[in-house]
Every structure is written in structure tokens, then in C-alpha cells.
Write a protein of this length. Structure first.
Lengths: 183, 180
């Protein structure tokens, strides 16, 4: 149903509780549709991918970020600019390997779960916020960066923090960031 | 799954595009699940109702509005405070009925439809119908039974989007709102 985004005058910065509750309605609907948590997680990720491929255009227009020269710059922008803009939080960034292509975003607060006390019975493998992983993956793909994005820890599952892992799949070639990859 | 909201220290504001796109994903999923537009519209209204009965508490806490003395005050609060807070727009209020029990909210911009065109096979879809449910659920929690419905929609080629609000009756009993 979507058409290309075009910039409307007037910039909407709004209270996020209506969004948070609508997100809950989306997850609840998918839980009605799919018996298995893996399927709900998959569809949340796919939907997120679709959202991310469109959201990135809005993000680049609003944030005026300059070209990045490393994966860690990119992840810092995701954490400090994108998360701030769209969710009002700034996750911490850690780098998980010496090749510097695997990172984590540590979410101390997660507004999407503000009204969620615990996962429903029988839904212990649900990645409630999996839309976010798809969004990051879709957005990165639109700037020609392939990445695996998954939840590594989740407070809703009893972990002490919520952690999103981002693993860039191609060895970094500085010339190719933002350009179509040669096949 | 829900509990009372817990105020953290993060910013309470967000850019609305993420909400707009997520809402679109929700409507798309419902269109896959239900064969006809009327069922999607009904489901959106029901979801909106359940959201409204929770959102009102947050709204009253944040906005510090006092009790409204009549439906006109209620209309002002809905348009100038609630819509502003959650959607960043201020609809205008028009077309009051002589009895003062019906009015229209005219939305010149509707952020929910920023990226949207209705496909031909969904001409009866009331895309933003969640909002009608939210209004209905929220007002029920402050003892007002109302009807809210879209009577014009820019997605359908109308020049504005218009939500018609009708006051049905005051709810005297303080029974907890059940989920529909």
C-alpha cells in the first residue's frame, strides 16, 4: 500500500505511548495468527525489514549524517542518532570482536516494552521487539550494507539487559560503503 | 501482557515516522488475515478501543487537564491536547449539532497516512480506524459513551479527513472496562 515517502512540511515529534501500544497490538495480532514463536519472530523481522527500507530515507534526510568510514561509526550513529530520534533512547555500543565487524547495542531502557510485564504463557521464545532487528537490517541494506541483526539478550526473557547484536557480513572495504557492491 | 506504565528517564518524544510505518504494517497484516474490509475496519476499531482504555491514564497524567464540564470542552481537549500530544496535529472542530452532542474533527494532515495509497481492492478500508476505537475506549474510561466514525477520508479522494463524534450518554456505573 505504500508509495515513496515525500517530505511533508511540519515535523511530527510526538509522545510515543500511542506507538508503543499500537506495537503491542501488532505483536498480539501476530501471536493470534501464528502458533509458533519462531514464526512470529520471523514475521516481525520481515515487517521490520520493510519498515527499515523506508525509514532510512527519512532518517538520512532528517539527520544529515555524513558518510561513514567504519562499521563502528555506523553503529554509533544507529545508537546515538537513530535510536534517539525514533525511540528516544541511546543504547550503549560495544564491539564484540577484533575484526571489528560484530557489535552489540545494549538497551538499558526499552520503550517498546513499557506496558509489558512479561511474555504471555507459552510464548517464552517470543522476541517481542524483533521488529527492531528487521528495521536495522532493512535500513542498512538500503545503504548497501548486509548485516545479521538479532536479539542476543532480552530482559523479557529474564536476562539482565536487552542486547541487539549486529554482525556485518562483508569484510569492510572503505571504498564500497554506500555504493552498490560489485558482484 | 500489560501492566501500568513505568516512567523511565528516556525522552518521551519520538519522530512519528516509525509509528506511521509500524501502523501500516499492522493494517497490512490485518488485510491478510481478514477477507473483507469491513472485518478489518472492525478489528482496527476493537484494537483501538483496547489501546484507548490504557492510553487515557497516560494522557490524564501527562496533560493535567481537569474534568470537562461539557462536550464542547471535551472536544477542545481531544483536538488541542490529545491529538497534538500523540499525533502532532491539531484538528479543527466544526459542524456542531444544534443540541451540542455531535461535532466533527477535521484533519488536514493525517500522519498515519503519510506513505499510503489504498489499493483498488480495498476501497472500503477505513485505514485509520484505530483512531476511532482509541477515542471510544478512552472516553468510555471517563464515563462517556460516544460514537466515532470517519465520514471523509483523503485516502478515498476527499479533500479532508473528517471524524464525526457523537455523544451517546454518560456512563454512570464504574465497572472496570472489559477487553472487547
Amino acid at each position: 500500500m505504500s508509495r515513496p515517502a515525500h517530505r511533508k512540511p511540519g515535523y511530527h515529534k510526538t509522545n510515543k505511548d500511542l506507538f508503543v501500544l499500537t506495537y503491542g497490538a501488532l505483536v498480539a495480532q501476530l501471536c493470534k495468527d501464528y502458533e509458533k514463536d519462531e514464526d512470529v519472530n520471523k514475521y516481525l523481522d520481515e515487517m521490520g525489514y520493510g519498515v527499515g527500507t523506508r525509514l532510512v530515507e527519512d532518517f538520512l534526510a532528517r539527520s544529515c549524517v555524513r558518510r561513514c568510514h567504519s562499521y563502528s561509526e555506523i553503529v554509533n550513529i544507529i545508537a546515538q542518532v537513530a535510536f534517539k530520534m525514533y525511540l528516544g533512547i541511546t543504547p550503549n555500543v560495544t564491539c564484540n570482536n577484533s575484526s571489528r565487524n560484530e557489535f552489540s547495542l545494549i538497551l538499558d531502557k526499552n520503550p517498546l516494552v513499557e506496558f509489558v510485564e512479561e511474555l504471555p504463557t507459552g510464548r517464552s521464545s517470543l522476541c517481542y521487539c524483533n521488529l527492531l532487528c528487521g528495521i536495522i537490517r532493512g535500513a542498512l541494506e538500503m545503504v548497501h550494507l548486509a548485516a545479521d541483526v538479532t536479539f542476543l539478550q532480552d530482559r523479557l526473557k529474564g536476562d539482565s539487559v536487552t542486547e541487539i547484536g549486529i554482525k556485518f557480513l562483508k569484510k569492510l572495504d572503505k571504498k564500497n560503503i554506500g555504493r552498490k557492491n560489485e558482484k | 501482557m500489560s501492566r501500568q506504565s513505568n516512567r523511565g528517564t528516556e525522552s518521551k518524544k519520538m519522530s512519528s515516522e516509525l509509528f506511521t510505518l509500524t501502523y501500516g504494517a499492522l493494517v497490512t497484516q490485518l488485510c491478510k488475515d481478514y477477507e473483507n474490509d469491513e472485518d478489518v475496519n472492525k478489528q482496527l476499531d476493537k484494537m483501538g478501543y483496547n489501546i484507548g482504555v490504557r492510553l487515557i491514564e497516560d494522557f490524564l497524567a501527562r496533560s493535567n487537564v481537569g474534568r470537562c464540564h461539557d462536550f464542547r470542552e471535551t472536544a477542545d481537549v481531544i483536538a488541542k491536547v490529545a491529538f497534538k500530544m500523540y499525533l502532532g496535529i491539531t484538528p479543527s472542530i466544526t459542524n456542531w449539532s444544534p443540541a451540542g452532542d455531535e461535532f466533527s474533527l477535521i484533519l488536514e494532515n493525517n500522519p498515519l497516512v503519510d506513505f499510503v495509497e489504498l489499493p483498488d481492492n480495498h476501497s472500503s478500508l477505513i485505514y485509520s480506524n484505530l483512531l476511532c476505537g482509541v477515542l471510544r475506549g478512552a472516553l468510555e474510561m471517563v464515563q462517556m459513551a460516544v460514537e466515532a466514525k470517519f465520514v471523509q477520508d483523503t485516502l478515498k479522494g476527499d479533500s479532508v479527513t473528517e471524524i464525526r463524534m457523537r455523544f451517546i450518554r454518560r456512563i454512570e456505573d464504574n465497572l472496570p472496562a472489559g477487553e472487547e
